[in-house]
Design a protein around this ligand. Structure first.
Ligand SMILES: Cc1cc2nc3c(=O)[nH]c(=O)nc-3n(C[C@H](O)[C@H](O)[C@H](O)COP(=O)(O)OP(=O)(O)OC[C@H]3O[C@@H](n4cnc5c(N)ncnc54)[C@H](O)[C@@H]3O)c2cc1C
Length: 305
């Protein structure tokens, strides 16, 4: 077992890495444990992050690691945290490779995880021409013919959002639409076609969608797809150690990422439903400030004579 570190960070995406950067600069000893499966690994480019617009997720990680490596008190381990225990001031993180780390404070930056996509052919286009967030990928598909795959109130909300990028789209609910009459009427008033037949397959070539085929033989040609993903917490560990988690799988935190469990923080997608890399990085930065303030306050109070 290693010496006790100031902070243990589980997850090395934008949230965990920005926290590590701020804590490294604050001269804290930090261990970042990351298994390297960020949610956007399926995509070629990250958009909407000032100075990083259009870089690949791999390049983003490479530059981030290079910059953090300038701060020698931060250490990275490629491993999976499998359990956490202990209390504020002395937490234990056990990993899949059999290592145990001790830390005073803990930050969960574990992201969110997509449940398997249960539409035939969607895996082939996800991240290439099928996306989940118009802020991230709407610009590249502006004014194109799109298919929106979603149900119920979420479909109506996503339809309203997509209208900012194109006025040519169709909704496929892949089975019962789960909508009220008012919701169907709302879509009708906006002239948005609604198909509730099951999707047979998505046809594509090199990741670029060509058409969506429905089970009744209908063929819907399109240049791209937006769909409502099914997301769950990136890890069960926050809930296992007592952190409050919302129905959507987000850890409940304050502005500085503090959870209901003393000494434990969370940041990034793990703690919000607004999933953007820059938001995650910003939450990581705020959590680092919260953690550093707590550590400094404790040290200050302990050294007063
Ligand atoms: C297809 C797609 C495209 C996107 N495009 C954009 C875009 O263009 N612009 C944008 O701003 N955002 C985009 N996003 C969203 C963006 O990817 C996320 O908001 C961002 O990655 C969140 O960062 P994070 O650090 O919170 O989590 P993540 O980046 O998901 O990182 C979490 C890390 O924690 C690790 N982890 C989890 N559990 C453990 C464990 N027990 N032990 C060790 N490690 C663990 C994971 O393996 C992962 O490496 C996109 C998302 C998707 C799915």
């Amino acid at each position: 077992m290693d010496k006790i570190m100031d902070v243990g960070i589980i997850g090395g995406g934008p949230a965990g890495m920005n926290a590590a950067l701020v804590l490294g600069r604050a001269r804290k000893s930090v261990i970042v444990i990351d298994e390297g499966r960020p949610r956007n690994r399926v995509t070629k480019e990250t958009h909407g992050f000032l100075t990083r617009d259009g870089v690949s997720p791999g390049e983003f990680r490479r530059v981030a690691r290079e910059q953090i490596d300038a701060y020698p008190s931060v250490r990275f381990e490629e491993d999976t945290a499998v359990s956490v225990s202990g209390t504020d001031g002395d937490f234990l993180i056990a990993t899949a490779q059999g290592t145990t780390y001790r830390c005073r404070k803990l930050l969960f930056a574990v992201g969110k995880r997509d449940l398997p996509l249960d539409i035939h052919g969607l895996d082939d286009v996800y991240g290439k021409s099928a996306f989940v967030c118009p802020y991230c990928d709407g610009w590249e598909l502006r004014d194109q013919m799109l298919v929106l795959i979603a149900k119920g109130a979420r479909a109506v909300h996503m339809a309203m959002m997509l209208s900012g990028w194109t006025d040519k789209y169709i909704i496929c609910t892949d089975g019962p639409d789960d909508m009220t009459d008012e919701q169907r009427e709302e879509l009708k008033q906006h002239h948005i076609p609604l198909y509730d037949t099951r999707i047979q397959t998505i046809e594509s070539s090199d990741g670029m969608v060509k058409r969506v085929l429905l089970e009744d033989g209908t063929q819907l040609s399109c240049a791209g797809i937006f769909f409502a993903p099914k997301l769950v917490a990136g890890s069960e560990l926050p809930e296992a150690i007592g952190c409050k988690v919302t129905e959507a799988g987000s850890v409940v935190v304050d502005l500085f990422g503090k959870t209901n469990v003393p000494g434990i923080y969370s940041a990034g997608d793990a703690a919000t439903e607004f999933n953007q890399a820059i938001t995650a990085a910003s939450m990581g930065s705020l959590a680092a400030v919260g953690i550093n303030t707590e550590l400094l306050t404790e040290a200050w109070n302990n050294t007063a004579s």
